[in-house]
Design a protein around this ligand. Structure first.
Ligand code: 16G
Length: 243
């Protein structure tokens, strides 16, 4: 069992936070298990209520614990690591043992405005098909994805049913599109009312805003503008050593 070191320069609340994180990581406190009460934590680690509360508040803010009013504080599920590879949602969820799902929200074809024309390197006015879907994992909403695909590369796309199918599978099998490069921007954001409702989040919750461009032979074929749940996703990356 971890101990608080009163001589350490590390603040006590932070030491307790790390002890609790170790217990979560070692599954001594498994997912959805209640953590010990404030009183127990005070006694066990000889800490004031204020210090214990500060540690627990931190872990709640970080999404490692969640509170149920009147019931207590529980261990949250670990977040999903945002893939930094060009994989489809379907592939990524399957690799994690989760069942991928999609709910069509909207599908429309619009003429490319100046921005889309530049992105896809097509004349303005060229048809661009927009596929807006709610993505789910084991039935739980995870992201709202808005994929833009120019009709120049996938002319029959508007008439192709997608329902639960993988868009990338359809693009490959029906239109011979195999992505060979991609780039992505990830920014912090706040869910708007519509996305918050779809994602089962309280209004004003933090989200991750993603913009992905996927290429084939140097041409951008998909622009995806997506909103991911920040309470379910995190980003992890290796760091290069500058030389
Ligand atoms: C990923 C992509 C999205 C793409 C989708 C296709 C982001 C950040 N990433 O989620 O661009 O449309 O996969 O998934 O939006 P699917 O083949 O399972 O339909």
């Amino acid at each position: 069992m971890g101990k608080i070191d009163p001589t350490s320069p590390v603040p006590k609340y932070f030491q307790l936070r790390e002890i609790l994180l170790d217990l979560i990581e070692d599954a001594e406190l498994p997912v959805d298990a209640p953590i010990p009460s404030e009183r127990e934590l005070c006694q066990r680690y000889r800490l004031s209520r204020m210090t214990v509360r500060q540690a627990v508040d931190h872990l709640v803010t970080e999404g490692r614990l969640y509170r149920v009013p009147g019931k207590g504080t529980f261990v949250a599920r670990p977040k999903i690591e945002m893939p930094l590879r060009l994989v489809s949602f379907t592939e990524d969820m399957r690799a994690r043992g989760l069942e991928p799902g999609a709910r069509d929200l909207d599908r429309r074809t619009t003429p490319a405005n100046a921005h889309l024309a530049r992105v896809f390197d097509v004349p303005p006015g060229t048809g661009v098909h927009v596929v807006e879907r709610l993505r789910t994992a084991d039935g739980e909403p995870m992201a709202v994805e808005r994929s833009h695909i120019p009709l120049t590369v996938a002319p029959g796309l508007p008439d192709t049913p997608l329902s639960d199918a993988s868009l990338y599978d359809v693009l490959e099998t029906r239109f011979g599109i195999v992505f060979d490069a991609g780039e992505q921007t990830i920014e912090a954001g706040i869910a708007d009312t519509a996305d918050a409702r779809l994602l089962d989040l309280a209004r004003g919750s933090a989200v991750l805003l993603l913009q992905r461009r996927s290429f084939m032979n140097g041409t951008c074929v998909e622009l995806a503008v997506s909103t991911y749940r920040a309470d379910r996703y995190q980003l992890h990356s290796a760091l290069e050593i500058p030389r």
